[in-house]
Design a protein around this ligand. Structure first.
Ligand SMILES: [Zn+2]
Length: 150
């Protein structure tokens, strides 16, 4: 993005977080040429982010998919709608702060698991079991043990 101060065509993102409207990302940018900093609000749809799926196919990043996974994991758990939205916001912030144009779905999955772990352990195990495609009861038990060992 162009620097509004010196018109240098390229600026660096130093921080990204979801804006209050939920549809855009607030970004702090810094210009390496003149050293000025400024804030932009960018619509999520306009930030090009491609998810690389396991079969190597690509699709446009979609917040709704993360939301669906988190909601499924939190089904009937004592987690409020606010906490769920906050968790999804944290995931989205972490994803966009990576500053990459393409991110493997596995990386997004790890970020979701990481956030769910501190939100609700049952939700975490549910998500992990779908996500990691536990082949047998042993891998599943390993994951449970990791939680219990904490
Ligand atoms: Zn500049």
């Amino acid at each position: 993005m162009k620097c509004p101060y010196c018109s240098h065509p390229d600026t660096r993102v130093i921080d990204s977080r979801p804006a209050d409207d939920g549809n855009s990302i607030r970004r702090r940018r810094s210009c390496d040429v003149c050293g000025k900093r400024f804030t932009t609000y960018e619509k999520v749809e306009t930030i090009p982010l491609i998810i690389i799926k396991k079969d190597n196919s690509r699709e446009q990043y979609d917040r709704a998919k993360i939301e669906a996974g988190v909601l499924r994991a939190c089904y009937k758990r004592p987690v409020s709608a606010d906490e769920i939205q906050k968790t999804i916001n944290e995931v989205e912030t972490a994803v966009f702060n990576r500053e990459e144009k393409e991110i493997p779905s596995s990386v997004v999955g790890e970020i979701v698991m990481d956030k769910l772990k501190s939100l609700d352990e049952v939700a975490y195990v549910r998500f992990a079991s779908v996500y990691r495609e536990f082949k047998d009861v042993n891998t599943f038990m390993d994951e449970i043990r990791k939680i219990l060992d904490k």
